[in-house]
Design a binder for this molecule. Structure first.
Ligand code: TLP
Length: 354
């Protein structure tokens, strides 16, 4: 277990001993020639789990999403996506910067969804003044909306609408297994309506590096070219893929533990004077909270004091935090986190009950 409790993200997770052993003994080859047997095995396993024909191992979720956009869209095309989406907010504007692909933003609802009528209204006409609507992106779980889970029924309804409107559907499923575990259904069923999906191996699943983009064979062939263009063609990448295989084989079901701990964390933090928890019953492994108005510190100052007590949290906004549970945060870690918040807030003058 880590000395310090690090709840900044599930990206901070370290590879497990089983992963390190698999990495050390991985059979490898040159993946740009398609000759790395371990990468090939990971891609096949990922495709099977996603219920798609093919998979493509990429270095990051960001590259997976961008390769998908570039494989779906031409310059001057438009993506319809949520205004709180990771692909819009936190991927360096890659679709516009490198793909010449424009975004039409529609509001994310508090549950992470975007409304069907907003998608319908966002679609452009044939008029030459307008960009060409091409792609819808959903995010599941939805990071900025609180780790919220989109249901299969909702995704299916977006898929039907996309088909009707002649659009493709991509899912940024960085944490799709958290969503699937929360819903109690296989991930492949959850993303059935999507033309493509990216999921990450290096978040709650604890692999050190990598994501997999999945879709039809024909789509993945185009995405393969885009990965090369983006500099993501790797050579003996089986060393990394080996950890990804262990992640898929051993780390999915246990995500339920992270979700249970996130709920406990939210419930206990809600009792701490000075903290306002945004969602009392988080749906997956994220807890968002903010400081009450009377607290004379801002989030970065609280972060500093918490860190000195050995607890790291993500100061997600001026007065808000995101706490992400994962494999390396156990029950004691939850207690220490609650204790550290209590202590920091007590130090700024509030008398705590009990
Ligand atoms: N998210 C990171 C940060 O970038 C915010 C985090 O700590 O949560 N999609 C979603 C929904 C994500 O949350 C992330 C990473 C990505 C894509 C990008 O994955 P990477 O970091 O592998 O490029």
């Amino acid at each position: 277990m880590m000395e310090c409790i690090d709840l900044r993200s599930d990206t901070v997770t370290l590879p497990t001993p089983e992963m390190r052993a698999a990495m050390a003994s991985a059979e490898v080859g040159d993946d740009v020639y398609g000759e790395d047997p371990t990468v090939n095995r990971l891609e096949a396993l990922a495709a099977e789990k996603m219920g798609k024909e093919a998979g493509l191992f990429v270095p990051s979720g960001t590259m997976g999403n961008l390769a998908a956009v570039l494989a779906h869209c031409a310059r001057g095309d438009e993506i319809i996506q949520g205004s709180k989406g990771h692909t819009f907010l936190f991927e360096a504007g890659g679709s516009a910067a490198l793909g010449g692909v424009h975004s039409f933003l529609v509001p994310n609802q508090p549950d992470g969804s975007i409304r069907l009528e907003d998608i319908r209204e966002a679609v452009r006409s044939e008029d030459e003044h307008e960009p060409v609507s091409r792609l819808v992106i959903l995010e599941n779980t939805h990071n900025r909306c609180g780790g919220t889970v989109l249901s299969k029924a909702y995704i299916d309804s977006v898929g039907d609408l996309a088909k009707e409107l002649g659009l493709k559907l991509h899912i940024d499923g960085a944490r799709i297994f958290n969503a699937a575990v929360a819903l109690g259904i296989p991930a492949g069923e959850l993303v059935r309506a999507a033309d493509s999906v990216t999921f990450c191996l290096s978040k709650g699943l604890c692999a050190p590096v990598g994501s997999v983009l999945c879709g039809s064979k024909e789509f993945i062939a185009r995405a393969h070219r885009m990965r090369k263009l983006l500099g993501g063609g790797m050579r003996q990448a089986g060393v990394l893929a080996a950890a990804g295989i262990v992640a898929l084989e051993t780390m999915i079901d246990r995500l339920a533990e992270d979700h249970a701990r996130a709920r406990r964390l939210a419930e206990e933090l809600a009792l701490v004077p000075g903290l306002e928890v945004d969602t009392l019953r988080p749906q997956s492994n994220m807890v968002y909270l903010h400081l009450a108005d009377w607290v004379p510190l801002d989030a970065p100052q609280v972060y500093e004091r918490m860190a000195r007590l050995g607890v790291k949290v993500d100061a997600a906004s001026r007065r808000g935090f995101r706490l992400v549970t994962h494999y390396y945060v156990d029950d004691e870690g939850i207690e220490r986190t609650v204790g550290a918040f209590k202590q920091v807030l007590a130090e700024v003058g509030q008398v705590l009950p009990g």
